[in-house]
Design a protein around this ligand. Structure first.
Ligand SMILES: Cc1ncc(COP(=O)(O)O)c(C=O)c1O
Length: 309
């Protein structure tokens, strides 16, 4: 679905609410040429208590953290970004939506150094359903181990959600789709499992849960953290700083992706190998159910994760 078919007409940009079509930037914007932007992807859920941002403070915090290695000064406070987002949602009457804050180096000069470039900031919200499709949540998806490796954390800060780094995600994801798969799994430079193009990865073996550690060149996913917390609270043992070899994907009982966009998506096949029974496994299902119960506020636990609109 294109944006022009959606019922959203306002973007917050550098402190102002502007009509969607006026949210424009110059073609010589630094961020366009060198990928010098940092961004977030968060969700607002239509909960039993009304629309609520899920783990918003952690998203804003990660945005500010992502800006640090680039010495980017975001000219708006955490609170301003929150107020702008809440107001965008209220003005446009969207009950559930995806939220995309971005900060980037703007137009001044086109040397690689962004020193004189202003930092621009924008926030957009729009309705967005299941990232990999509703069916994917139930049936699971088929994924391909990409021939592209993830950039190493010694080459770029992989824990900063930086616009330019997503060319790697695009290459891996599009390669997978070209071969008929829904998504990719990307190995890191050492050949261990890193993550998906826009998802963290979890593996279930003998009832225990494993996920690659932060030193495996992954993004420190907020859904990853949510799932670790929920799984432990459900009584599972979760090992969250492991290295996983490619071969362990094939022998896993269950695999699933997590992400603000992908939520909790089961993986039923990797390359030519069926995972477990070839459908959503019982541990994945238990965690997925708990996840949706929590984000839709069908339980009053974890109230601290919500910012109500
Ligand atoms: C590369 C990558 N890994 C993992 C994730 C999952 O992170 P989160 O759960 O914070 O959305 C994302 C999505 O933001 C991502 O782009």
């Amino acid at each position: 679905m294109g944006f022009d078919e959606m019922d959203v007409d306002t973007i917050w940009m550098d402190g102002e609410f502007v009509p969607w079509e006026d949210a424009q930037i110059h073609v010589l914007t630094h961020g366009l040429h060198y990928g010098t932007g940092v961004f977030e992807g968060a969700r607002c859920y239509d909960t039993e208590e009304g629309p609520a941002l899920f783990r918003w403070d952690e998203h804003v915090e990660r945005l500010f953290q992502s800006a640090k290695p680039y010495e980017m000064e975001i000219a708006h406070s955490h609170e301003e970004l929150t107020d702008a987002t809440l107001e965008l949602i209220r003005r446009q009457n969207v009950e559930s939506c995806y939220i995309r804050p971005i900060a980037f180096y703007g137009y001044d000069s086109l040397g690689v150094s962004p020193r004189d470039c202003p930092t621009r900031t924008a926030i957009a919200v729009w309705p967005w359903g299941a990232y990999l499709g509703e069916e994917a949540l139930e049936e699971g998806i088929e994924v391909m181990v990409s021939s592209w490796r993830k950039h190493s954390s010694s080459q770029v800060p992989t824990n900063a959600k930086t616009t330019g780094l997503y060319v790697n995600s695009l290459l891996a994801g599009e390669e997978a789709r070209r071969y008929g798969y829904a998504e990719a799994i990307v190995l890191n430079k050492e050949g261990n499992v890193a993550e998906g193009p826009g998802e963290n990865l979890f593996l279930v073996r003998d009832g225990d849960i494993y996920t690659p550690g932060l030193s495996e060149s992954i993004l420190d996913g907020i859904t990853r953290d949510t799932v670790i917390t929920l799984a432990r609270d459900l009584g599972y043992d979760v090992y969250d700083s492991v290295s996983l070899s490619r071969g362990e994907l094939n022998t896993a009982d269950e695999l699933f992706f997590t992400g603000s966009a992908a939520e909790v998506t089961p993986i039923r096949q990797v390359d030519n190998v069926e995972i477990g029974s070839g459908s959503r496994g019982p541990v994945t299902e238990a965690i997925q159910q708990r996840f949706f119960e929590v984000v839709e506020r069908r339980t009053d636990e974890y109230d601290e994760w919500f910012t109500y609109v």
